[in-house]
Write a protein that binds this ligand. Structure first.
Ligand code: HEC
Length: 203
């Protein structure tokens, strides 16, 4: 049963790759396969990064509390990002209007989208509903840019909230003397995850 299932998946993948399994027989506009592939890569990269980071953070918080978890964020967030970038052929990261790590400071296009997201959230929309895609006027080598809003959830307030335990605050200060990422409440927009999908090099 399993092997039949697997076989049919492989067959489907091959057919799809060859362009045979398309439901409609109408030819798609030339740009569409590329842009849908780029979107799939962006989506896959964002969800892998989000899932992995959340898992290590949650595990550390539960097992050892916030202090070692700060270390996880400091060391592992950039490490996981690097691995995801390599796997999916993208650039990716987290940013915010108020950053903890200056290395996460938004670039110009990110600032513009963060401002738009913040305005919509101020107007009553959910932070996680914020999604923007840019296809045009991108730098050389970039096929697509995507950005999605990140909400503040209850566990986040341990390190980003309005009341932070003194030992947590002290530890944050040693890593990030210019930390601006505190004072958040649950349901606010904490920032965004961004992806730049790089054009695939065809051999
Ligand atoms: C244990 C403490 C801790 C918890 C809990 C925590 N963070 Fe952070 N957060 C950090 C640290 C440390 C950094 C800086 C990471 C780095 O150096 O790149 C950071 C950075 C970020 C950034 C990148 C932008 C910036 O400010 O540098 C975002 C976005 C973010 N956190 C969102 C969240 C969200 C959402 C949650 C809850 C799901 C959360 N964090 C929970 C410690 C924490």
């Amino acid at each position: 049963m399993l092997s039949i299932h697997r076989l049919s998946l492989v067959t489907f993948a091959l057919l799809t790759a060859a362009g045979i399994a398309r439901a409609d027989s109408q030819p798609l506009p030339a740009s569409q396969p590329d842009s849908s592939t780029a979107q799939a890569r962006a989506q896959a990269a964002m969800s892998e990064f989000g899932t992995r980071l959340r898992a290590v953070l949650q595990e550390q918080l539960q097992a050892q509390g916030p202090l070692p978890a700060i270390d996880v964020c400091h060391v592992q967030a950039p490490q996981i990002a690097a691995e995801v970038m390599q796997t999916h052929g993208v650039r990716l990261g987290r940013t915010s209007e108020r950053v903890r790590n200056l290395a996460n400071a938004p670039t110009e296009w990110q600032t513009q989208l963060l401002t738009e997201f913040a305005a919509k959230v101020a107007g009553g929309e959910a932070p996680e509903a914020q999604l923007a895609k840019q296809h045009d006027n991108l730098p050389d080598g970039v096929a697509l840019r995507v950005m999605r809003g990140i909400p503040v959830e209850a566990p986040c307030t341990v390190c980003h909230g309005t009341t932070i335990a003194p030992e947590v605050a002290a530890s944050l200060l040693t890593y990030y003397p210019e930390d601006a990422a505190t004072g958040y409440s649950v349901g606010e927009l904490r920032g965004a995850i961004w992806v730049e999908v790089l054009q695939q090099v065809t051999p």
